[in-house]
Design a protein around this ligand. Structure first.
Ligand code: ZN
Length: 287
């Protein structure tokens, strides 16, 4: 049975898809994926992202614009003005993202860049609230700091903490502040015990599925490229929105609800989180 699914986080505008973006979308559609939220990372890439989302015909692409913390050194104050302009002029934007804080790499947390990460995160939270948009949060080793920023600016609009990797307690704190949690490829790895506990203990209303493609390839796809070639040492397998069912199936194995209940919930949660203009979930015809 193939269920209608929505990918709540996929970087379909990434260079990795430039050679075959159309085929990737068709492959996703053939696996039941009917729509994708495409978060932005740099101001210079937003116009292309918006154009790609507008021209997609095979499936729905919903754009978000944001300044990603991994590229904090590149962002300028003028980029924040550009973000405000897009929020004013482009009604199809469904969120501000991908934004957040990242403490994983030493280069990102020099005193100056760590201060800049927090300033840009807070200013984008303020813009999202002014324009009544949810946010897409990237949070790596920075959950307490993210919560402090949210409280400091009084952000109440909510959104998603994507590729969530914190504790159950941190998960509950985000939910209490109106956020849902996005889970993807990492959940499919059998050793992901803490994440799997979160996937089962958190109420279904607060969960989304995502691929984060081209990154975070699911466990079952980790050793082969899309054309069937075996991955060589040192090569990375490109993740694809067509692999979203692998994330969905992991949820089906872990949780007590039926696949139909899960598929309906993920669909409704994604639609609600991003206020998507979308037809209601319809069950596939049984063969
Ligand atoms: Zn991302």
């Amino acid at each position: 049975m193939q269920w209608p699914l929505l990918d709540s986080h996929c970087h379909l505008d990434a260079l990795a898809f430039d050679g075959d973006r159309e085929q990737v979308m068709l492959a996703a559609l053939s696996q039941g994926v009917q729509g994708i939220v495409v978060p932005g990372t740099h101001a210079h890439s937003w116009p292309t992202l918006l154009a790609q989302c507008r021209s997609a015909s095979a499936l729905h692409l919903w754009p978000a614009c944001g300044l990603h913390p991994l590229f904090i050194a590149e962002h300028t104050d003028a980029d924040l003005d550009t973000l405000a302009m897009h929020l004013r002029d482009d009604s199809e934007l469904v969120a501000v993202g991908e934004i957040g804080l990242d403490r994983y790499e030493a280069a990102l947390i020099t005193p100056a860049l760590w201060r800049k990460q927090q300033q840009f995160f807070e200013q984008q939270l303020v813009l999202a609230q002014q324009h009544d948009k949810p946010v897409i949060i990237h949070a790596r080793r920075a959950h307490a700091e993210i919560m402090r920023c949210i409280q400091r600016v009084g952000f109440r609009r909510g959104g998603v903490v994507h590729a969530f990797s914190g504790s159950l307690e941190e998960a509950r704190r985000y939910i209490a502040h109106g956020f849902v949690l996005g889970l993807g490829g990492a959940l499919t790895y059998p050793q992901a015990r803490r994440l799997r506990e979160i996937a089962t203990r958190i109420d279904l209303t607060h969960l989304l599925i995502e691929t984060d493609a081209p990154d975070m390839v699911p466990w079952s796809y980790r050793d082969h490229h899309a054309d069937g070639r075996v991955r060589q040492v040192g090569e990375r397998v490109r993740n694809s929105p067509a692999y979203l069912p692998a994330v969905f199936e992991t949820f089906c194995q872990l949780r007590p609800e039926s696949p139909e209940v899960l598929a309906r919930a993920f669909w409704a949660n994604t639609q609600r989180t991003f206020n998507l203009p979308l037809a209601p979930f319809s069950s596939p015809q049984r063969a």
